[in-house]
Each structure stands twice: as structure tokens, then as C-alpha cells.
Design a protein around this ligand. Structure first.
Ligand code: IDP
Ligand code: MG
Length: 140
């Protein structure tokens, strides 16, 4: 059984398009409990550190610039097998390939501006949650 928590980020494209409220409704309708939620603007060093694992990939610099281009909403989501379940609810990285009734299909624009981030493993979920939130900020 996987971890019950994962980290979600509503990305700048979706916040700018005012999809934030729709995405919160969508998550709650899919059964997630939101344990923590805050809007913030990442600095360049913060975005670089968050996406460190992608440093060698060709899209890294563009991704960092995109992630600092506007406000984001970071959330801790709770559900059974939260990491895998949220990957399913988000849909494919490329919104064109995402299944119907997924966040990226509904609200993503393209492979970069794809509305949301979700952790990809329990280990990374734990690291990413600590990146944005202290223990005190999480409902337990
Ligand atoms: P994921 O967000 O579905 O886990 P990753 O491969 O971890 O996908 O990539 C992280 C983020 O980098 C993506 O969500 C997207 O914003 C961006 N990205 C991924 N692949 C590409 C690409 O081929 N071109 C431009 N941006 C990309
Ligand atoms: Mg990823």
C-alpha cells in the first residue's frame, strides 16, 4: 500500500486562466482531501531546486522560466495510494494524450503548460511536501 499523501502544484498557466477553483472542485469530487493549500510565487532558485531531477533534460530551463512566470498553488492531497491515484487523475504529461475527465485534458494547454504537477513516487512526495510545507501547516 502506497503513501496516503502527494504534492500537487497548480501551475501558472492554470492559475492565470482562473482554473484554480475548478481544479479544487475536481480534486474534491475525485475523493481527495486537501490537507494543506497555499498560493505563492516561486523564485528562480526555488524552481531550479524543485526541478533539480530534470536538470539534464532539454526542457529544464524553459520549465523553470515557466514555473516562475506567475503564481502557483501548492497543495498536499490525501487519498488511498495518493501518488498513483493523482497521476491517474492528472492524466498524461501531454494534454493531447491525456484521457477524458483528467485535469490535464480539461485544463492543460500543451506539454509544458499542462495545468498541474504531481509527485511521481512516495519518496519524492515526501521530499516535495517538505519543500513547500512545514508539519504545522498540514492537517493531520
Ligand atoms: P510529469 O509532470 O507528468 O511528471 P515530467 O516528465 O516529470 O512530467 O516533466 C516535468 C514537467 O516538465 C512537465 O509536467 C511539463 O511541464 C514539462 N515537460 C515535460 N516534457 C516536456 C517537453 O517535452 N517539452 C516541454 N516541457 C516538458
Ligand atoms: Mg514528474
Amino acid at each position: 500500500m502506497g503513501s496516503k499523501k502527494t504534492l500537487s502544484i497548480i501551475k501558472p498557466d492554470a492559475v492565470k486562466s482562473k482554473y484554480h477553483g475548478n481544479i479544487v472542485d475536481f480534486l474534491e469530487n475525485k475523493g481527495f482531501k486537501i490537507l494543506a493549500h497555499k498560493k505563492l510565487k516561486l523564485s528562480k532558485p526555488q524552481a531550479e531546486a524543485f526541478y533539480e531531477i530534470h536538470k539534464e533534460r532539454p526542457f529544464y530551463n524553459d520549465l523553470v522560466d515557466f514555473m516562475i512566470s506567475g503564481e502557483v498553488v501548492a497543495q498536499v492531497l490525501e487519498a488511498e495510494n495518493a501518488v498513483l491515484y493523482y497521476r491517474e487523475v492528472m492524466g498524461d504529461t501531454n494534454p493531447e494524450k491525456a484521457e477524458n475527465d483528467t485535469i490535464r485534458k480539461l485544463y492543460g494547454r500543451n506539454i509544458q503548460c499542462n495545468a498541474v504537477h504531481g509527485s511521481d513516487s512516495d519518496e519524492n512526495a515526501s521530499k516535495e511536501i517538505s519543500f513547500f510545507f512545514s508539519k504545522l501547516e498540514l492537517i493531520n
